[in-house]
Design a protein around this ligand. Sequence first.
Ligand code: ADP
Ligand code: ASP
Ligand code: MG
Length: 419
Amino acid sequence: MARLVMKFGGTSVADIERIRNVAQHVKREVDAGHQVAVVVSAMAGTTNQLVTWARETAPLHDAREYDTIVASGEQVTIALLSIELQRIGISARSWLGWQIPIRTDGAHGAARIQEIDGTELISRLEQGQVAVVAGFQGLGPDNRITTLGRGGSDTSAVAIAAAIGADLCDIYTDVDGVYTTDPRIVAKARKLDKISYEEMLEMASLGAKVLQTRSVELAMVHRVRLQVRSSFDAPDAPWGAYGAGANGPGTLVCDEDEIVEQQVVSGIAYSKDEAKVTLVKVEDKPGVAARVFGPLADNSINVDMIIQNVSDDGKSTDMTFTVPQAELHRAEDVIRKAQKEIGCKEVKTDTNVVKVSIIGIGMRSHAGVAKTMFQTLAEKGINIQAITTSEIKVSVLIGSEYTELAVRALHTAYGLDAE
Ligand code: ADP
Ligand code: ASP
Ligand code: MG
């Protein structure tokens, strides 16, 4: 007997037929004698619709009320799945975040889970009841509903797995695993049997939305075994049928030393959620960077890539940095207010950019990895506007019209193409 968390995303619960299919996946595990907690998202498109309604009512709205609206999608799917499970003879009960409770901090719209009391869930599971838990939501310090940021059901699932000591957390989605890059833009993308927590963390934070970044962080800290797999494949064998430690049908996110054949570059990610800000003719003297980035930090605006050009006249230079697209308006506002103090001539912005990143633990011990990236892009005539690196990734900022071309060329250059 094992204890499992099974998470199903929006497309997996998009209509009643799909919900019946999810129930069959759950039934397979229950019939094999396993204890099951299920985490579900809202039906595909629902959360987007709820966000749109909130924005339509008032573009700048109260974040607490936003959370109350957007958390409602999951309330529908937990009850629908519970009804379907009961219909096919499985004991099941739905749980909203506050009923468990899943305690979070007060950062409405992007709350972090602080504590989950697993006692009641464990006792129900031990009685043979399936717990169907609403993803994406929690309860803030003031006892109001919070949400965990878009894609947050993955994080709910991992946090619940940690809280109830699950043997495995399965993330069921519309692809059958984690690929070397987004299979929707590269037909030759290859499914990975295993990926390390570190690489998955980079992939997620650099744009591969298959797992929410925070869910990977939590899995790494709490050592939760995490598998990404398809909900569309016909349910075949239950957990354990693959043998202890053997690969399941999807991609296992695990410790680096469990991976035998490690590539230098394991994956490529891209993010269109970037915006570039250029300050034209900034004074070239000590203290200027602090005057630019101080006010941005004070306003909690995340700055990612930064480049400062060498000045030709020793007096002024251009400074470029990137921020998430959603924060561009605020960033512009902050910079314009401080423009006089910064002493720059002009502020230019550009949203027509994409950040493309190569990721791989092997980079730690191999030289020349970045060179291949720059050469490959040069051969395709793609201009690099900014670069950042860390121990296991290199990111470049390029014009967004080159996204597919760049990702495909890099995929081939690093030998990742499927045969
Ligand atoms: P869900 O609704 O189940 O949470 P998401 O849409 O959030 O599903 O995540 C699954 C999607 O992630 C896939 O449809 C795929 O297009 C995208 N994706 C991006 N990068 C990757 C990758 N490297 N491997 C697999 N899927 C990826
Ligand atoms: N329903 C939420 C969203 O669309 C949470 C999730 O799907 O993980 O962002
Ligand atoms: Mg998702």
